[in-house]
Structures are given as structure tokens and as C-alpha cells.
Design a protein. Structure first.
Length: 159
């Protein structure tokens, strides 16, 4: 599975330093374990399941436990630095700096590629439609099944 961010704002150290600075302005701290989890997510564009993340963290922190990883993931999601893609049960690093609105996550049913999309026009139209139906969004991740360009160009094999 591949995760296709809309853009890569900074190199890794710049990205992590920016994340730490953002947390600090909010009165929070990007601790070493949180920073490592975020770095691992950034290195794995397709995202990681929590237990795969735990396995990688244990390589540097042998005493790490599932709650350690889940607490770090909860913090990163709360701070808008990561997202959970429920459709594939993966966590991905966020590559956008705007979290005042929901993000659209396009998940390809063929290859599992995830693309994070922020489109104010689409989100406004969706919000209006939801309101007209008597609903509001209950989360910041909107997951859509959408075939990626690569899978759309694959011709079905004849039997």
C-alpha cells in the first residue's frame, strides 16, 4: 500500500522540528517516543498498523509495549500530525498543515494506495448536503473508495 501525500512540506528533520514547534505552541510536547513514531509513519508512505509500528519501535526501544505505541498514536492524531485510516486499519503521517477542516482520504480498492486530499469546495458541498440530510461530520477523516490512476489503467486479463 502506498500513501500519496498532497505535498511534502519539509525534509524529515524540518518536518519533525515543525511538528515539535506546533506541539509546543499548544502546550504539548513531542517526546522522543512520539517523535520516533511520527518519523516511522513518515517513512512508511502506505502507513502502518499499530502492531507493525510496535515491532519497529522495539528495534530501538526494546521495552516498548502496545500501550506505549497507542498513547503516542492518540497524541499524534489529537495534535493533527497523524490520521487513522479505518478502512485499512493503518496510521499515516499527516502532510498538510491545515486541520481546521476534515480531510478526504482516497483509498484505492485495487492497490490500497491512500491519497490525502484537501479540497475546500468539495468539503463545503459535502457539509451542505450533510446538513440538509440532518447530519454533521463526526470525524476529521472522510474515507472514500476511489480507484487510483495506476489501477485504472490496468486492463483486465482475459481468461
Amino acid at each position: 500500500m502506498a500513501y500519496t501525500p498532497a505535498y511534502q512540506p519539509l525534509d524529515e528533520n524540518g518536518f519533525l522540528d515543525q511538528a515539535a514547534a506546533l506541539c509546543k505552541t499548544r502546550g504539548a510536547s513531542l517526546t522522543p517516543i512520539r517523535r520516533q513514531v511520527l518519523a516511522l509513519l513518515r517513512h512508511q508512505p502506505g502507513g502502518l498498523k499499530a502492531y507493525d509500528l510496535l515491532e519497529r519501535i522495539k528495534a530501538v526501544r526494546p521495552s516498548a509495549t502496545p500501550p506505549t505505541v497507542y498513547r503516542a498514536l492518540d497524541f499524534l492524531i489529537e495534535q493533527g500530525l497523524a490520521h487513522k485510516i479505518g478502512r485499512i486499519n493503518h496510521f499515516v503521517a499527516c502532510n498538510h498543515d491545515c486541520h481546521d477542516q476534515a480531510g478526504l482520504f482516497l483509498v484505492c480498492p485495487g492497490c490500497g494506495k491512500v491519497t490525502e486530499l484537501h479540497d475546500e469546495v468539495v468539503l463545503a458541498a459535502l457539509s451542505r448536503s450533510l446538513e440538509a440530510a440532518g447530519h454533521t461530520l463526526s470525524g476529521t477523516e472522510i474515507e472514500l473508495s476511489a480507484t487510483c490512476r495506476d489501477c485504472g489503467q490496468i486492463e483486465p486479463q482475459a481468461n
